[in-house]
Design a protein around this ligand. Structure first.
Ligand code: NCD
Length: 293
């Protein structure tokens, strides 16, 4: 078994289904002793609200001890290499190191050196496997099936710069879903997938909309005069949804009234907070899968 989760492809379809089934049980939010005596270190070199707290809560609900490293106060800011920081942390005997970094590939590289399991909590625009899994969980739970072959998922926004989109697309395709990208030309990724610039053209065939934040921190040149300009064409509104039977998701943080309108945020078809709740259960299942003796 692969002891790391650096890419969604580290998991077989069977592994994934087992994780989704265990997450279903962990939704009860009860504290368990499955990882008693285990140590998880969270080291986030990039900002995070949801993912870091979600991994911390998931670890604690399974009985593990957690250490959160505040990177702005760590020795990388004193000139220590990432490799040395990781080797020093590994010497303290953690069972898992959960890492987020602005550069693609960092978790994979670290996994070659450390004894602990490496869990990728987002690396550049490359991968965010735990978010992909919690998105897949939210969808399969809603439709009550692991077979997405008659489902169409529209991914809307800055797909090119989104690690969430990469993990989502790999997983959704493996479970059979049809994917349509809805994005301006400059945010199109280098992937052979159907796309449109106007969600209204495809809205009638869509079962799930995944809206994404514009990743301005990864843009070398500003693409829009303002985010409102982008929102003008790509914001999901109640008018676009109509009375259709579909769900709306977003990994957060949401640019309110740019990605999703206020009305959509409070619509019962909007699953944003359910995704956050599901995220803890899915991360519990991931940690159990990687760390349980
Ligand atoms: C995402 C991320 O950090 O990649 N957020 C998250 O983990 N929930 C998406 C984003 O930052 O837009």
């Amino acid at each position: 078994m692969n002891k790391n989760l650096t890419h969604t492809k580290d998991l077989s379809k069977n592994n994934i289904i087992n994780i989704l089934k265990r997450a279903e049980i962990f939704l009860d939010e009860k504290k368990r002793d499955i990882l008693n005596g285990k140590l998880v270190i969270n080291i986030f070199f990039e900002n995070s609200t949801r993912t870091r707290s979600s991994f911390e809560i998931a670890s604690k609900r399974l009985g593990a001890d957690v250490v959160n490293l505040d990177v702005s106060r760590s020795s990388t800011s004193k000139g220590e290499t990432l490799y040395d920081t990781a080797m020093n942390l590994d010497s303290m005997g953690p069972d898992a190191i959960v890492v987020r970094h602005k550069n693609a590939g960092v978790p994979k590289i670290l996994s070659k050196y450390v004894k602990a399991s490496i869990v990728n909590a987002g690396d550049g625009a490359h991968q965010h496997p735990s978010q992909g899994l919690l998105d897949l969980f939210t969808i399969t739970k809603h439709f009550n099936t692991y077979d997405l072959s008659n489902k169409t998922i529209a991914i809307v926004g800055d797909i090119k710069n989104s690690r969430v989109a990469n993990s989502d697309i790999e997983l959704f395709q493996r479970f059979g879903a049809k994917i349509i990208l809805v994005t301006p030309p400059h945010f199109l990724p280098n992937k052979k997938l159907p796309y449109t610039f106007d969600i209204k053209e495809i809205i009638d065939e869509v079962d799930v909309i995944i809206s994404l934040r514009t990743q301005t921190e990864r843009h070398t040149n500003p693409t829009y005069a303002s985010l409102a300009d982008y929102g003008h064409n790509f914001k999901i509104t109640k008018e676009i949804l109509g009375n259709r039977d579909l769900i709306v998701m977003h990994p957060g943080p949401v640019h309110r009234n740019i990605d999703l309108s206020d009305e959509v945020m409070s619509d019962e078809r909007c699953k944003v907070l359910e995704q956050v709740k599901n995220g803890v259960a899915v991360r519990m299942a991931i940690l159990e899968h990687l760390l349980k003796d």
